[in-house]
Design a protein. Structure first.
Lengths: 325, 443
């Protein structure tokens, strides 16, 4: 089995599904000849032709709008928004149209559109290229929001998304696009949507993360282990619908919760998770819930990026706080 | 005066940079904050501004030169200083090999995820996995420790349980879904509280100027002890005298009789003999069995002998007394002593057991220590401290023998008793302990 990075794993998933499903199309800025700025769609245009892998003008609203029409016509469009910062340009199509189509049509049109978006910070990129606006999408009804944390997960989750038959925003943590490799089977396999993954079991505290933050959470858990504390690490995988059951079940056991995300603190998904745990498992909490997040300000440029992004150390500090309480 | 401009710390733990290009050359006039050079660091290319206005007297290195934080990279001076430079002063040859680099400043330890290999994309820089990375896929998850779900309780009730020193996990909840309620906790506390010291139950954690502390209210036995000790020291004139008793023969008696005593259900120690010796001494030195009635200005001589025994309990020191010790046999006293000790520890003493003492014995030697300065159980006139029984070489009759030796410390209230009386008392106690036959004949 080949050990590949996330970019390759995603490419494998797209290639596999394009081969199987003649209705699948890819469209976006530079996705064709260039193969995408991060090379996720590399080689696909050469293999499947310009009519199935299409370069579009720089117009996110148009890209998603076109995808919506294609899906209503029975195709499986997979648009790429080049960076998460530009998804806001397409929010009218996503929020006002795509997410509502099923309800609006009383179930006659359930649009299978998978919008792939490179997500998050950590690559020293310019403004609008390092954000984590997942809250906006999770808050939008009608969307499924997915984010993988390693190559194996990426291929399996993307294949599930492509077969879901509903609008999906697939957030790809670009910071770990190439930073880790894992064994990814050539074969077809899926990772379930809507089900969080318990990466590591522990009895002393629960750490919830997703995307690139999972790697930091695991590193923190390693260090906690060395100090004699067993941390349970949960990769949320699907942000909407959120598998809070797995989180609540874990907190019932550990009594302590640390949530780590790159997005700003206020109304970041950590707030929603904390609220659900308070609703379901308040009586099991041994310490206040800790959130380790980005700050309530614009994601800074490269020089200060590391001050903004939560890391192993900040997760550890929060864990220590809950363990001391 | 020329200004030596050192490569500034650009933050982020950067310790060095690489010169991209100089924007000035030697001889140039520069304004304050004018860009001097471009430096590439691990993170970015930055322009380094001039620290002051003046003339560039020298610069260091050219494109590609690595410069360390703190290293002098340029000298800026006045026009006069520029003119004073030797005419032949050559402008710095561009990519000149720099002189031996200064010692490297101590770099911070590397972060666990330093970007070791980077691939430059169209936008930004991506961290690249090493070719042979151990699989990041969760290796077989470590066997999970078995953990049972937490008991259900509201945070406010957990807080209450903590304050009352009750282990909430051990309480059976009677609330909805088996939740442990406030009432459950209070009931558990009422049942279990005496088992725990006041300290664990009521401490409030905080910190003072020097570190973390826990504040515990002064309550119960502890408060009474504090009050009694302060009273005793404030209202009497205490002096302590110390001596040793040779208890070799007494020890032999005790060894010989303890089996017989056990048959009677009594654990025989030296203490009842001590009580008997003290009672005898009190009779012979009655000043030691008095108290001072300050109101009436009278010394009250007591004709009864209730000997108090200090008992160490979890909550603190408690001093019940053996009533009329002069009228009781050693075995009787032994039995009473063990009953009183047990009642003290269970906190089931009657008030009468604690009142009416005339003199106290404190046997700290059972824990350790030789001599002490016991504090009088006010308003009594004296207290006898008993140290640890030891085997000691004793010189006597021209020979050195190993003897069982008991260290004694007598504190007396000098208002009532003078040193002579006190020493006579102590001598009498020692004499009876050394020659237990005297106890037998009641002398």
């Amino acid at each position: 089995m080949a050990k590949v990075n996330m970019v390759t794993a995603l490419n494998m998933a797209l290639d596999l599904e394009m081969g199987k499903n003649g209705k699948m199309l890819i469209l976006g800025e530079d996705v064709g000849r260039e193969g995408g700025v991060f090379r996720v769609t590399d080689g696909l245009q050469a293999k499947y032709g310009e009519h199935r892998v299409m370069d579009t003008p720089l117009a996110e609203s148009g890209i998603v709008g076109a995808a919506l029409g294609l899906a209503a016509g029975g195709m499986l469009p997979v648009p790429e928004i080049q960076f998460e910062g530009f998804i806001h340009v397409a929010m009218d199509q996503i929020c006002n149209q795509l997410g509502r189509y099923r309800t609006r049509s009383r179930g006659r049109f359930d649009l299978g559109v998978v919008i792939r978006v490179p997500w998050g910070g950590g690559i020293h990129a310019p403004e609008h290229h390092s954000d984590s606006p997942e809250t906006v999408l999770v808050h939008t009804p009608g969307l499924t929001v997915v984010t993988p944390s390693d190559p194996y997960e990426a291929k399996g989750l993307l294949l599930s998304s492509l077969r879901l038959g509903r609008p999906v925003v697939f957030c790809e943590p670009k910071r770990i696009y190439r930073a880790m490799k894992s064994e990814v089977p050539e074969e077809d396999y899926t990772v379930p949507i809507g089900k969080a993954r318990v990466l590591r079991e522990g009895k002393d505290l629960t750490v919830v993360a997703w995307g690139a933050m999972v790697r930091e959470a695991v590193a923190a858990a390693d260090e906690l282990q060395a100090r004699g504390h067993a941390a349970e690490v949960i990769d949320l995988r699907t942000l909407s619908p959120m598998d809070s059951e797995t989180v609540v079940e874990s907190v019932r056991k550990t009594g302590r919760l640390v949530i780590a995300h790159e997005a700003p603190r206020t109304l970041g998904l950590g707030a929603e998770i904390a609220a659900r745990v308070a609703e379901e498992a308040l009586t099991c909490l041994l310490a206040p819930i800790e959130r380790v997040t980005g700050w309530d300000t614009v994601m800074p440029l490269a020089l200060l990026e590391e001050h903004y992004l939560p890391d192993r150390k900040r997760i550890l500090a929060a864990a220590a706080k809950t363990l001391a309480a | 005066m020329a200004l030596e401009f050192k490569f500034p710390d650009l933050g982020e733990g950067l310790s060095e940079g690489e010169v991209v290009q100089w924007k000035v050359k030697v001889g140039d006039q520069v304004a304050d904050h004018q860009a001097l050079l471009e430096v590439e660091t691990d993170k970015a290319v930055v322009e380094v501004p001039a620290p002051a206005a003046g003339f560039v007297l020298s610069i260091k290195g050219g494109p590609g030169t690595v410069i360390q934080v703190g290293e002098v990279i340029a000298v800026i001076g006045s026009e006069a200083e520029l003119k004073a430079l030797p005419v032949s002063a050559p402008p710095p040859p561009a990519p000149e090999t720099p002189p031996a680099p200064p010692p490297r400043p101590i770099a911070p330890p590397p972060e666990p995820y330093t970007v070791e290999r980077e691939s430059v994309g169209v936008v930004g820089r991506l961290e690249e996995a090493p070719e042979d990375e151990p699989p990041p896929r969760p290796a077989a998850p470590a066997p999970a420790p078995v953990a049972k779900p937490r008991v259900e309780a509201l945070p406010k009730d957990r807080e209450l349980a903590r304050r009352l020193g009750v282990d909430i996990d051990l309480i059976h909840g009677t609330g909805p879904k088996g939740r442990v309620t406030e009432e459950d906790i209070r009931k558990a506390a009422a049942l279990g509280a005496p088992e725990r010291g006041a300290h664990a139950a009521e401490g409030v954690r905080g910190s003072d100027a020097f570190g973390p502390v826990e504040r515990v209210p002064l309550r119960g036995v502890r408060r009474k002890i504090a009050q009694a000790m302060t009273d005793s020291l404030a209202r009497t004139a205490q002096v302590t005298t110390m001596d040793e008793a040779d208890v070799d023969s007494l020890w032999r008696i005790r060894e010989k009789q303890k089996a017989q005593a056990l048959k009677e259900g009594v654990h025989l120690t030296l203490l009842p003999f001590l009580v008997k010796a003290v009672v005898g001494a009190l009779k012979r030195v009655p000043e030691m069995n008095t108290f001072l009635d300050e109101e009436k200005g009278q010394v009250v001589f007591k004709a009864y002998y209730n000997i108090g025994i200090a008992v160490d309990t979890q909550d603190g020191l408690i001093v019940p007394n053996v009533k009329d010790a002069d009228k009781k046999s050693i075995l009787q006293i032994a039995r009473e002593l063990s009953e009183l000790a047990q009642k003290s520890r269970r906190r089931t003493l009657a008030v009468g057991d604690l009142k009416g003492g005339t003199f106290t014995i404190t046997n700290y030697g059972s824990i350790g220590g030789l001599f002490g300065t016991p504090i009088i159980n006010y308003p009594e006139a004296g207290i006898l401290g008993v140290g640890r029984l030891t085997d000691k070489p004793v010189a006597g009759d021209g020979a050195i023998r190993i003897r069982k030796t008991l260290p004694l410390s007598l504190t007396f209230d000098h208002r009532l008793v003078d040193g002579g009386h006190a020493q006579h008392f102590l001598n009498d106690v020692i004499r009876h302990l050394s020659d237990p036959d005297l106890i037998l004949v009641g002398m």
